[in-house]
Design a protein. Structure first.
Length: 132
């Protein structure tokens, strides 16, 4: 059987959704809650570092569920925040031997807080993150 997508009212009965992919409101609500929890875990990691490990695992486990939704950009934002944060923290620790690492570590901390706050605010406004 062939499906003619150029004729939405055709005899096959198949048609493409108008205006792009259809997002299930319940799925989006659930994913938004998970995204909020991940932002909270990332914020908590400033005090309890292990929570960022839980957050990144949740990011990777649920990433496929966000494909094609505006929340996918938040997951990418969170994943990049984690990995770049780790990278710059390691660089900072290495550079502590020449004293510039302390300043860099403070800058990394400020950048990490900025990324969490920026993402969380855009999530609250139901806006996607830009990841470029």
């Amino acid at each position: 059987m062939t499906v003619d997508f150029t004729n939405p009212g055709g005899s096959s009965g198949a048609s493409l959704p108008q205006g792009g992919p259809v997002e299930d409101p319940e799925k989006i609500k659930s994913l938004k809650t998970i995204t909020t929890v991940i932002y909270a875990l990332n914020a908590l990691s400033l005090f309890v570092g292990i929570s960022s490990i839980v957050a990144i695992i949740m990011n990777y486990v649920k990433l496929s569920d966000t494909r094609g939704t505006w929340l996918e950009s938040h997951f990418r934002w969170q994943i990049r925040t984690f990995w770049y944060g780790i990278l710059w923290a390691v660089v900072s620790f290495v550079l502590m031997f020449v004293m510039v690492g302390y300043v860099l570590l403070v800058a990394v901390g400020i950048w990490y807080i900025y990324r969490i706050v920026k993402g969380w605010l855009r999530l609250a406004d139901n806006k996607p993150m830009y990841v470029d």
